[in-house]
Ligand binder design. Structure first.
Ligand code: NDP
Ligand code: GDR
Length: 344
């Protein structure tokens, strides 16, 4: 039975990846941070929290000794480093904490592997945020990197350290450059889930208006369950390498807003521009979306679109779920939750 450590099991990807690895017969060690009120709602929703082959471990990525002891005690075959301060907006307010967790944190694990057993395979959760300011369309593994946030810069460091440890010490260190991936268990601070949760509340009469920042930003959105399958395939490849996982389709935040309201049976009309833009419910004439500049970022990534051709060719990986299917799945889940007062 293979053993895998998944850091960040309380997050979206950690929960889905753990589910996938358990299905594949792995012994899974999922890590969570000690907090006053740890929240396992995602693994509970997936029904894996009491799985006999799932072990939950208290672990903090910023603690080197904790990293070494954990790797020494478990001696895993694979480590998937998904833990991070992953919210771009917050990284502008907490650049140093973001650097310590999202950047240096990965090196604590790489060092632990180097010390304990360099044969342990390592997956680093790299990101399309590293592409930042548009250099090339669509973006591939060879596109120059130009991050536009403290989060993107921290991830760039972890990305190159993974490649460096692979080249320097022969560690099987891989990076998946994943474009935005979403699901019904996405955090509510991220724009897609913020939209689908608000659409559900507006539909049920629990909220009047959804406030957003830059609706012109374009993203390549896929389904998280497809992407965790890609992470696993990346570590099963013959040699350590970097892969882009994306859908090769990009839409604006505004397009996603339209799609989500439509999935709830509400047609919108957009009026005004930039900070004065609003969306009106055609049936009632009420304003249901408006811009609040507090959600703008000091520097924005305007356009992301990824070409996953290499992942298809080498790993046989392809995204299966369309954006329309994903959006509708998220809206339906949020309507169901809001009907019973769910609050995560
Ligand atoms: P989430 O924000 O949902 O999850 C992040 C996880 O990291 C949580 O479990 C969180 O714990 C944990 N964590 C945060 N700080 C620490 C710490 N100091 N020590 C240990 N654990 C910590 O992210 P996602 O699941 O969406 O993403 C997974 C990874 O993939 C992240 O690294 C993210 O940056 C990256 N990524 C995500 C993409 C996406 O579109 N989802 C795209 C590309 C990359 P807690 O619950 O306690 O906060
Ligand atoms: P992103 O995701 O920054 O791409 O990072 P997010 O959903 O936060 O933003 C996407 C785009 O929407 C715009 N936007 C808003 N965003 C939020 N969160 N809230 C708003 O109200 C709002 N209004 C407009 C943003 O400006 C941005 O352009 C995600 C994270 O999962 C990272 O960890 C991951 O690495 C990248 O995706 C790929």
């Amino acid at each position: 039975m293979k053993k895998a450590i998944v850091t960040g099991i309380t997050g979206q990807d950690g929960a889905y990846l753990s589910e996938l690895l358990l299905d594949k017969g792995y012994e899974v060690y999922g890590t969570y941070r000690r907090t006053a009120s740890v929240n396992f709602w995602r693994i509970e929703e997936l029904g894996i929290e009491k799985h006999p082959h799932l072990h939950l471990l208290e672990y903090d990525l910023t603690d080197q000794a904790n990293s070494i002891r954990m790797v020494m005690e478990i001696k895993p075959d694979e480590i998937y480093n998904l833990a991070a301060q992953s919210f771009v907006g917050v990284s502008f307010e907490q650049p140093l904490a973001t650097a310590q967790i999202t950047g240096l944190g990965a090196v604590h694990l790489l060092e632990a592997i180097r010390i304990v057993d360099p044969k342990i395979k390592f997956y680093q959760a790299s990101t399309s945020e590293m592409f930042g300011k548009v250099q090339e369309i669509p973006q591939t593994e060879k596109t120059p990197l130009y991050p536009r946030s403290p989060y993107g810069v921290a991830k760039l460091y972890a990305h190159w350290m993974t490649i460096n440890y692979s080249e320097s010490y022969g560690i099987f260190g891989c990076c998946g450059i994943l474009f935005n991936h979403e699901s019904p268990i996405r955090g509510r601070e991220f724009v897609t889930r913020k939209i689908t949760d608000s659409v559900a509340k507006i539909k049920l009469g629990k909220l009047d208006v959804l406030e957003l920042g830059n609706m012109d930003a374009k993203r390549d959105w896929g389904y998280a369950k497809d992407y965790v399958e890609g992470m696993w395939r990346i570590l099963q490849a013959e040699k350590p390498d970097t892969f882009v996982l994306a859908t090769n389709r990009t839409e604006t935040v505004r397009d996603f807003v339209k799609m989500a309201f439509k999935a709830a049976g509400i047609e919108l009309e957009f009026k005004g521009k930039d900070k004065n833009e609003v969306a009106i419910d055609k049936a009632t004439g009420k304003t249901v979306v408006r811009v609040n500049p507090k959600f703008y970022r000091p520097a924005e990534v305007e356009l992301l679109i990824g070409n996953p051709e290499k992942a298809k060719r080498v790993l046989g990986w392809e995204p299966k779920c369309t954006l329309e299917e994903l959006c509708s799945m998220m809206v339906k889940a949020d309507i169901k939750r809001n009907e019973v007062g769910f609050s995560f």
